[in-house]
Design a protein around this ligand. Structure first.
Ligand code: PMP
Length: 365
């Protein structure tokens, strides 16, 4: 079709397929969501919401609340209906894209859609951050936007801040914009917000979809310099954050205590599931600083289907180079995690004929 840029029809769809299952552990959502009393408060505020009116052009009232919450100048806060939309706007703004591999697929997907030149540096063995190779790529190429998810997805690894900061220094010297995507920062030991303050070449991306339990509301934000924020804002559709979203997220920001509680429960469960999986005779889980675990299996299709047959939906990752046989499971409630573990051990017996290893088996990390 002549009306459409010729590269677009040939591009693959966003790599996500879903299935019906009793236990949904495939999208790194929070198993908890808003507490019941906040849901009731939301319902009563909703009754007063003037839905006949447009929301603010760039969710200015919400940006102000986020600025207060984060201790960031309001002029540097960009709110979007999901951090995915902000990634898309950043890619639209960028001369070039640099990524790591494996990585969050939306960076590469957006680059191909928008026709931005795209390059990626491979993570080292054990998903270690290749600092020198990234610094070299930043020095060699024309400047653009470098995306680094930390904690890293889809592996769950956490890159030490000194190493991330060393890359940020090179990015600044070479006039790149480095975006640290902190979608999972609440589950990790540290974050880069302080280092980004006052920096033109470093920005932080966060979301309400994970720890805040508001994936359905669709809201994310960028903490950047005024200059970068203005450009990104202008690339987002005007009036793009729905009033319904603003209402829910502003209410959540008034009660951040529930998030700390949910995060604590998820972290505890993540460590329990990881430890229990050490006794799995065929699968190997990687350590995680997120709300999910990446697991290496001999056959991702068999693992996925076997779990699904037992009512547990996970995400395949084996299409990603370097992640052959991998699946990713979100940490759910204790009951959901037990169901996953039970299915995982049953499957080992049925599919691979192996029994649970004795309690003192440690396995390998
Ligand atoms: N960044 C990372 C690293 C993610 O894993 C995700 C969601 N899977 C997002 C951004 C997008 O989140 P949202 O659009 O829901 O804010």
């Amino acid at each position: 079709m002549k009306a459409i840029k010729p590269h677009l029809p040939a591009l693959p769809d966003y790599p996500y397929t879903t299935a019906q299952a009793l236990i949904k552990l495939d999208q790194n959502e929070s198993p908890y969501g808003l507490p019941a009393e906040l849901k009731a408060e939301l319902a009563s505020r909703l009754a007063e919401l003037p839905l006949n009116r447009y929301p603010r052009m760039h969710a200015e009232t919400l940006a102000e609340r986020i600025a207060d919450f984060e201790g960031w100048p309001e002029s540097g806060v960009v709110v979007g209906p999901g951090s995915n939309t902000i990634i898309f706007a950043l890619v639209a703004a960028a001369q070039n894209i640099l990524d790591v591999q494996p990585s969050f697929v939306h960076y590469e997907h957006s680059a191909h859609l928008l026709g931005a030149p795209y390059k990626a540096v491979l993570l080292r063995e054990g998903f270690e951050l290749p600092v020198e190779e990234i610094q070299q790529a930043l020095s060699e190429g024309e400047p653009g936007v470098f995306f680094l998810p930390n904690p890293h997805t889809p592996t769950g690894a956490f890159f030490a801040l000194e190493r991330v900061a060393a890359i940020a220094q090179t990015a600044a010297a070479e006039e790149w914009l480095m975006v640290v995507d902190e979608a999972y920062y609440q589950f990790a030991p540290a974050d880069m917000k302080r280092q980004a303050q006052g920096e033109l070449h470093l920005a932080i991306l966060r979301t309400f979809s994970k720890a805040w339990g508001l994936a359905g509301a669709r809201a994310g934000y960028l903490l950047a310099s005024d200059e970068v924020a203005r450009v990104v804002r202008n690339l987002l559709p005007p009036f793009g954050v729905p009033s319904l979203t603003v209402l829910a997220v502003e209410l959540a920001l008034e009660h951040p205590g529930y998030v700390a509680e949910a995060v604590e429960k998820v972290r505890r469960e993540r460590d329990r599931v990881y430890l229990e999986l050490k006794a799995h005779p065929v699968w190997d889980a990687y350590p995680s600083h997120t709300n999910f675990l990446l697991i290496r299996t001999p056959d991702a299709e068999a693992a996925y289907q076997g779990l699904l047959k037992r009512g547990v939906l996970v995400r395949r990752q084996d299409h990603i180079p370097g992640l052959e046989g991998a699946i990713r499971v979100t940490i759910g409630t204790p009951v959901e995690n037990d169901a996953f573990l039970q299915a995982a051990f049953e499957l080992a017996k049925e599919e691979w004929g192996k029994e649970k290893e004795p309690d003192d088996a440690t396995g390998e990390d």
